[in-house]
Design a protein around this ligand. Sequence first.
Ligand SMILES: [Zn+2]
Length: 316
Amino acid sequence: MPDMDLKAFSVCVVGAGALGCAVLEKLAGAGIGRVRVVDGDIVTPKNLKNQPLYGESDTKNPTFKALAAVKALRSAHKGTEFVASAFYIGSKRAGKALFGYDMVIDATDNRESRLIINETCINNRVPLMIASINGKKGLFYIINGKSACFGCIAANARKPVNEECVNISRKDAERLAEMMVTGMLRFFESPSQLQQFTSVNLATNATESQQLLKYAGCQTCGPRRRRRSRDGAVVQLCGDGIKASIQRRISLNKLSAGIPGFVRDGKADFALLRKDGKSVLVSFEGDVLFTGYGEDEACALLNKIRRAVHAASRTS
Ligand SMILES: [Zn+2]
């Protein structure tokens, strides 16, 4: 890219899993000036196989992926400024978090997050790249308001992009990330061009591109767009995590006092409950991450946490 000063560009990556890690490395390698990492998950031993930004030491204590990723990236790439945001993109927080970037890259693994990110980027007029890997099939697509948004795609397909928990190889993630960053730089050169939806066969490197038209009934970019409230949705993550959001700030000391077992370590941003190999992490911003729990069990516990939070706010 001959005439572009990539130091002046900023990119926000949501999701620091296998694909997210690979993309972060490529962005730094390309010389992007400022990169933000948004992820509310903690590092687990399963992540170490295909997520090279994390190490054994990150699994000993609950460590947010966003913080661990930024720490690793800072030591390897001095030319890029990195910012970590250790939270999930919920509808209330998304607006501010995804504002002011030259591009947001959605490397999350579930439809709920993708819809929120899509809606926010459209409302903020921030270009969005969605990407996913499913087996040997990769795809990426830049949404810039001219052709279909993710809402259009989701309305017309049962499984628009990968939402399954497939094991992504590190090599495949790196190959797709390389193509994504090349596509992004091309977009920076001529941002008003119509964008193509690109599918990649990662076994052969063959690509196929397709123009996607807007769907007139789309609730995000169509004429009848509406705003949704997504408070408290429970979302199953890859691996054994379930996340939810209470969508309000939480006094962690009161939570620890209200529900036996919750422990806050010093001035940590979260309180943690550990029991029988399972854990629940609650952040002061209202994110809840269940590890090792079934969905029914997680919902019951989430209700208990909600009640404790509401009771605490009445007494304050
Ligand atoms: Zn749309």
